[in-house]
Design a protein around this ligand. Structure first.
Ligand code: GDP
Ligand code: MG
Length: 672
């Protein structure tokens, strides 16, 4: 690496990039917009504050580039001996080969008092001082003590510029004087004393801003002096001197690097920082470093935040897609918190090196952006949880209601608790600390939905219960009513209605007992009980109607008549003799039987209190709305007037036939 020759590294060669030199400011005083990329290529991007910047100043062709290349393995152009023309234009930069050091090679002035040169010298000094902590001042031994010329002008500029930049701060800079072609006749101590005196004189002559009048040169600068042997005349000594100088670019006690010299610009921001410094300097604007640092912080924090957000969203998109399936994503909260932590960590790593106030506020912005991105995921998860919690409730309910003798309130209560717990656990998992989210509304919505599902299920189950009680009622009255309706008599309806009332009472008691577990309202109970009573009555009516069809009724009448007419009191069949009062017995039997038609024609107990009571105005169609409303009074009538007349005449004809048959039996017995 240590060589005089001009290197022409290739950008495409990765290894070469590490030692590539870059023209930061070109001949036209334009800043190189790619500097940030170069910081990257030089491998310093993540160096944070752990890097140093060294700049060299001095007259043209005093061996500055040669020295830098030897010291740091850089690749600055060196003037070709045979042509002797200026090579360095503007400001170049290169990374030191084995140190995290940025080296700046600043175009030298040739000592002529050209206005343009002075202007550029001032600008380069501003630029260099704003970013470098060590300024190498390169000069020939024979120039020392002449207190004139280019070097003094340069030093004056440096001091003035430094005052304007750091006058009110305690920022320090190392001025390292490198005395070239030090022959050795004058010891270094003498040379440095002369130089120190010169520079103190300059300090004294410089006008200080208000309030800084009493400050000393040493408040701002540490001074170091090094002599290098003549490169051509004493090449070996020269090499040895350079080598020993190289060892002092360290942090050790005799080293030049000091934490307090550092400008504290994070390495990843150096490109942007220098760009804006040059922008200010070259357009002759006041260079206010704190403002610059704040601007840099804003710019860089935005960039860092953007990169962190991009990495974050590409991860979070996956979670978003998963949620679209409609199912709650397991451990979504954990993932979201991880993504957030990761993004903030990414941001903090780089951004925390910048201006504290800016960093803090940009961090808040980023956090808000992260939360804003995650919030729809939170909402989607809640929606999916709502769905799954409702489903869980339904399953639990169905399972509970399938068990014999379930207690509705208990089953519902358990299912509800399980569903709400599942929802809350899921929702809690997906909360993010300090995101200021809650799920109160969603939980309330779930409660409402559970309540309406419960109401639906309750009404369903109650209907089923009423149906089951109705079936029991029907079984209960079936045989007994059949029996009583087959034994017509004046007390028939009393007995039938007593059976009915007893069974209905049992049914009602069964209802009241079971209804307790549903926590039904008095109104619901009233409706259920009325439904039961109506259905019970209708069931009884069906029985009665079955027994009073024309055929069945006629056969009942026939049986009743026969029993009276053809059998004696002891149930023995009569054998008619001519002394028997056939006419009288016939009439009695017939009339008594006809009486029965009246009994069957209407439900009419001898004790009217046995009749159930129904609210007269009732147009009630049962708890499920499907029952036919009925008129109680109408339901009592079984045979209409006309029907009674019709049945009576049919029966009479049948009875007449029995009479004729009886008469004939006597005639035939006499004839024998
Ligand atoms: P710069 O313009 O200050 O960067 O100077 P260069 O490094 O390009 O060198 C200018 C010329 O001086 C070249 O021909 C070098 O070979 C020569 N040179 C470099 N170092 C020394 C030195 O220590 N002493 C002398 N006498 N010549 C040197
Ligand atoms: Mg040079």
């Amino acid at each position: 690496m240590i060589s005089d020759s001009v290197q022409t590294p290739s950008i495409t060669n990765g290894h070469a990039d590490a030692s590539m030199r870059v023209q930061v400011i070109d001949e036209d005083k334009k800043f190189n917009a790619d500097l940030s990329k170069w910081i990257d290529k030089w491998g310093l991007r993540s160096a944070g504050f752990d890097y140093d910047v060294v700049a060299v100043f001095g007259s043209q062709s005093t061996g500055k580039s040669t020295l830098l290349n030897k010291l740091f393995g850089t690749t600055f152009d060196v003037m070709d001996e045979t042509q002797r023309r200026q090579t360095t234009k503007g400001i170049w930069m290169c990374r030191a080969d084995d140190l995290p050091v940025l080296v700046m090679d600043v175009e030298g002035t040739d000592g002529r008092e050209r206005g343009e040169d002075q202007d550029f010298e001032r600008k380069s000094a501003l630029f260099s001082l704003a970013s470098s902590q060590i300024l190498l001042v390169n000069l020939w031994e024979h120039q020392i003590g002449l207190y004139q010329g280019a070097n003094m002008a340069l030093l004056k500029t440096v001091i003035e510029v430094n005052l304007s930049l750091f006058g009110k701060t305690d920022q320090k800079t190392l001025l390292l004087f490198v005395i070239r072609d030090h022959v050795g006749a004058t010891p270094l101590t003498n040379l440095s004393a002369t130089l120190t005196a010169d520079i103190e004189r300059i300090w004294a002559s410089v006008s200080k801003p208000e309030g800084l009048e009493s400050r000393l040169l040493t408040d701002y600068f540490d001074l170091e002096y090094v002599g290098l042997a003549h490169k051509i005349l004493m090449p070996d000594k020269f090499e040895a001197d350079v080598k020993s100088l190289r060892t002092r670019f360290t942090f050790g006690p005799t080293g030049f690097f000091k934490e307090r010299y550092r400008r504290r610009i994070p390495a990843d921001g150096v490109g942007v920082y220098m760009d804006s410094i040059w922008e200010q300097v070259s357009s002759n604007k006041d260079l206010d470093l704190p403002t610059q640092q704040e601007l840099l912080a804003q710019f860089r924090c935005d960039e860092i935040s953007k990169a962190a957000l991009e990495a974050f969203t590409s991860r979070a998109k996956e979670g978003r897609r998963n949620l679209e399936g409609g199912k709650a994503v397991a451990n979504l909260g954990g993932m979201m918190r991880d993504w957030k932590t990761e993004a903030l960590h990414r941001f903090d790593t780089e951004a925390s090196r910048y201006h504290a106030g800016v960093y803090k506020s940009k961090r808040e912005d980023l956090t808000a952006a992260l939360h804003a991105y995650l919030q729809p995921l939170f909402m989607a998860q809640l929606k999916n949880l709502h769905k799954s919690s409702l489903a869980l409730f339904k399953v639990q309910l169905e399972e509970g209601l399938r068990k014999d003798g379930y207690d509705f309130a208990t089953v519902v209560g358990d299912a509800r608790t399980k569903s709400q717990t599942a929802f809350k656990e899921g929702a809690d998992e997906v909360l993010i600390p300090d995101a200021d989210w809650d799920y109160d509304l969603e939980l309330q919505q779930l409660d409402e939905d559970l309540t309406s599902l419960t109401a639906l299920s309750k009404s369903d189950e109650m209907k089923k219960m009423v149906n089951s009680i109705e079936r029991t009622f029907k079984r209960e009255i079936g045989e007994k009513v059949d029996l009583e309706l087959g034994r017509p008599g004046p007390k028939m309806w009393d007995t039938v209605l007593t059976v009915y009332s007893a069974a209905l009472q049992k049914a009602e008691q069964a209802y009241v007992k079971k209804a307790k577990s549903f926590g039904s309202t008095p109104d619901e109970d009233a409706k259920s009980l009325l439904t039961l009573r109506q259905r019970a009555w209708r069931a009884l009516k069906v029985k009665v109607d079955e027994h009073t069809t024309e055929t069945l009724l006629l056969s009942k009448l026939r049986a009743s008549f026969e029993e009276k007419f053809r059998y004696d009191e002891n149930g023995v069949p009569r054998v008619w003799s001519k002394n028997d009062d056939i006419d009288g017995l016939f009439r009695k039997s017939r009339d008594e039987t006809v009486e029965l038609i009246t009994v069957y024609s209407r439900i009419k107990p001898s004790n009217p209190d046995l009749l159930p009571a129904f609210p007269p105005e009732e147009e009630f169609s049962g708890i499920d709305g499907n029952d036919e409303p009925f008129e109680f009074e109408e339901s009592l009538l079984i045979l209409s007037e006309a029907k009674q007349v019709d049945i009576t005449s049919k029966f009479r004809r049948e009875a007449d036939a029995y009479f004729v048959e009886a008469k004939r039996s006597i005639v035939s017995s006499i004839a024998q």
